[in-house]
Design a protein around this ligand. Structure first.
Ligand SMILES: [Ca+2]
Length: 467
């Protein structure tokens, strides 16, 4: 008995580096700093796909995108996929969602009993893309930069509601018979770049870091980055004030989010739940915030793919874990923490419980994989990170490869792949990806078939009716 409760917080679009606990010199996230004192901070945690729906499907199932086949933002996850909320419920837990999980289609819950608030992103059916249509060039610049300002938005209101209903749940004294798992999905710091004045004024106009790529860098970007710039209208010379407003609003949204995390943790304490609750904070992917000429995500640069992972538990260590891990590790970690036998389930991740209880990283895998099969590419792309090495591999007749040494080149400006000296590490890391994918060309064809099938289905079912 004595099963722990879970408070699992997943924000939207929060890069690890945009918080004080991960070393940002300006952004104030004092509650994340407090979490770091109480628990474990994973310094190299990545999402399994730098895009909402596939990243979240991997988090829910513990499977790589290439295994669960939730490729992109218009791909519903089949309702018969086993998820950690279903397994917790099958073991006596109450498992509820408050806010965003963005699993589209007819089933938005995938194991959660109910949504205490709502997911504002579910109501916006997203455009469907097919690789066979090629890369379309945006006809105008990305709109969110010109709209950046202080104020409020439906997304701020959604986060306030998500927080309020989560605190009501934690404060409900009638409900504490069974252990619970409350998963809170905040929208912040996802654009629109609009945040109430007190958060905005903390950073605008001068308390920000402007993107400052080295001369010539934007001309040397990878094909993938160039395509993203063209397709989403990111290759535009905005005026500096609007860029400052966008960055200040994002920083402000990080502080706004941090306050809400602090309020949820206080609610646990006030209701005598803190000592028997495991708290997990992560995000589905990050935001480029103008670095490398990019905004939004969809990229394997640090800003887009590395996300926070902080875990507090009654028997867990406090301190840093530096080996790379990924969000699909949370599936076995949550189940393991609830003393559920993992052997009966199929998942790709690894339980983090050993490192959380002993601090010993030796038993962790030494590499992580993240994948991208959605809009803005025409081929499967994957990332493999091991120690200081990050490989980005785009399948093609002649595969396009980038290799970065994250210790010597933390900003990822210097692609080492053309240097023959690195042939061995490139072979080793790309081998891990090919081993997962099998035949990459077959994978590409499978994805295109699925995209084209959904194109026909959407034509007749109507946009947003099924997906
Ligand atoms: Ca997202």
């Amino acid at each position: 008995m004595n099963k722990p409760n879970f408070l699992i917080i997943m924000s939207d679009e929060h890069s690890a580096q945009y918080s004080s606990v991960y070393g940002h010199p300006i952004i104030k996230t004092p509650n994340m700093d407090k979490m770091a004192k109480k628990g474990a901070t994973f310094t190299n945690n990545v999402c399994n796909s730098p895009l909402c729906v596939p990243s979240r499907a991997s988090f829910m199932t513990g499977q790589y995108v290439s295994n669960n086949e939730v490729w992109d933002n218009t791909k519903p996850m089949p309702s018969d996929k086993i998820t950690w909320p279903y397994i917790l419920r099958n073991n006596g837990y109450e498992a509820v969602l408050s806010g965003k999980m963005h699993l589209i289609g007819l089933d938005n819950l995938h194991g959660f009993e109910r949504n205490l608030s709502y997911d504002p992103h579910i109501d916006e059916p997203l455009p469907h893309y097919s690789w066979e249509e090629g890369i379309t060039k945006a006809s105008k610049p990305w709109n969110h930069i010109n709209e950046a300002r202080e104020g409020t938005s439906p997304m701020i209101e959604a986060d306030n509601k998500i927080e309020k209903e989560s605190i009501s749940f934690l404060s409900d004294k009638n409900r504490h018979k069974n252990p619970f798992a409350l998963c809170v999905g905040f929208i912040a710091p996802h654009f629109p770049f609009i945040v109430p004045e007190k958060y905005f004024n903390e950073y605008f106009p001068d308390n920000i870091i402007m993107p400052d790529p080295p001369p010539g860098h934007l001309n040397q970007l990878s094909n993938h980055s160039k395509r993203l710039r063209e397709m989403f209208g990111l290759d535009y010379n905005w005026n500096e004030i609007q860029i400052r407003k966008s960055i200040a609003a994002y920083y402000g949204l990080c502080t706004f989010l941090d306050e809400k995390i602090g309020n949820l943790i206080n609610a646990l304490k006030e209701n005598n739940l803190f000592d028997n609750t495991i708290i997990i904070y992560t995000s589905d992917h990050g935001d480029m915030l103008g670095e490398h000429g990019l905004w939004r995500k969809m990229s394997f640069y640090d800003q887009s793919v590395r996300v926070p992972l902080q875990i507090i538990g009654p028997k867990f260590i406090s301190g840093q874990v530096d080996k790379p891990v990924s969000n699909l590790d949370l599936f076995p970690t949550i189940l393991d923490a609830a003393n559920i036998d993992l052997d009966q389930y199929e998942y790709d991740g690894q339980s983090l419980i050993n490192v959380l209880t002993t601090g010993n990283e030796d038993s962790l895998d030494d590499y992580v994989i993240s994948e991208y099969f959605a809009h803005g590419t025409e081929n499967p792309i994957g990332m493999v990170q091991k120690n200081e090495w990050k490989l980005i591999y785009e399948h093609d007749k002649n595969p396009k490869v980038e290799l970065f040494n994250l210790n010597k080149d933390p900003h990822e400006y210097n692609n080492l792949a053309p240097n023959p000296e690195h042939h061995k590490i490139i072979k080793e890391l790309s081998g891990k990806l090919i081993n997962l994918w099998g035949d990459p060309e077959k994978l590409r064809k499978k994805i295109i078939y699925d995209q084209n099938s959904r194109k026909i289905i959407r034509k007749f079912a109507g946009t947003g009716n099924f997906f």
